[in-house]
Design a protein around this ligand. Sequence first.
Ligand SMILES: Nc1nc2c(ncn2[C@@H]2O[C@H](COP(=O)(O)OP(=O)(O)OP(=O)(O)O)[C@@H](O)[C@H]2O)c(=O)[nH]1
Ligand SMILES: [Mg+2]
Length: 313
Amino acid sequence: MAFHSGFVCILGRPNAGKSTLLNALVGEKLAIISPKPQTTRNRILGIIHVPKQKGRLGGQVVLIDTPGVHRPDTSLGRKMMAEVREAMVGCELVLLIVDVTRRFTREDHFVLEMAKKSGTPVFLLLNKIDLLRGTKEKLLPIIDEYRKLHEFREVIPLSARKHEGLEVLLDKVLRFLPEGPRYFPEDQITDQPVRFMVAEIVREQVLVETEEEVPYATTVVIEQFEEGTKVTRIAAMIYCERSGQKGILVGRGGQMLKKIGTAARLQIEKMLGKRVFLELFVKVRENWRESHEFVEELDWRRQVERLAGGVKP
Ligand SMILES: Nc1nc2c(ncn2[C@@H]2O[C@H](COP(=O)(O)OP(=O)(O)OP(=O)(O)O)[C@@H](O)[C@H]2O)c(=O)[nH]1
Ligand SMILES: [Mg+2]
């Protein structure tokens, strides 16, 4: 029986709902989500295994979530955009996702141009339709406007958060993809190492609990990860850029750090299915976002490469 498969890249502005879509389609929380723009900083693979059923194609969709497209002004921002470009290489299809409640602006043109330049076929996804009242009548003129901008292979309204329109999307994606191999084994849903996902869960709580510059100036590195028989011991370092930010992250009498730690631990325990002892530390590393070297060190793919290569003489 025909098995369709391929690599599909999700592209869009910050906050459009890319990571929400990835999680919804895979059915697991693989990417962190927040109402703040520029939440995702790396490309994230999510593998969808679709069993063949009556009237439906079977196959495998290798989805790639990407950081929101923006004009970067730091090393971190440039790295994020490099992640977007790398994700697009070798993809059979681009899912360009827009927030349907927002006006189309110059920033959207910038994203559209990226998709066009790639030469890859594009599906346009109109996300957050749950926020439109009187949906149908409002959608048609929006679809018409978008159709004038590019020859999208499909235009699909959906709500990633409410899981509306996802079956239609998946079906159209599978039909579009060619017959191909099973790229990943059936029990694999991502390529992210657990350590990195743990760091992201901690960072998500920083995004939830802090405001203004703090979440953007923060990154998380796992320093210890020891799996015991009963408890997994994890130590994470939260880096920020200034002592004032450290003060906020620690909080009065350590209250903030405790809050972040408790919420993160509960999620990590859920993910690992095990009890976790989580220790958090905060350190200032001035202007780390401007440091190309440090930003590269944060890239888990580089870390994996380094470990595989062993220590160089
Ligand atoms: N109402 C509504 N909100 C949504 C929908 N999809 C996503 N959101 C919300 O939009 C915000 C951004 O969602 P994300 O999935 O983090 O967006 P993103 O495109 O990955 O953002 P970056 O990683 O910053 O580029 C979150 O508050 C989501 O809950 C949707 O279909 N409807
Ligand atoms: Mg995201």
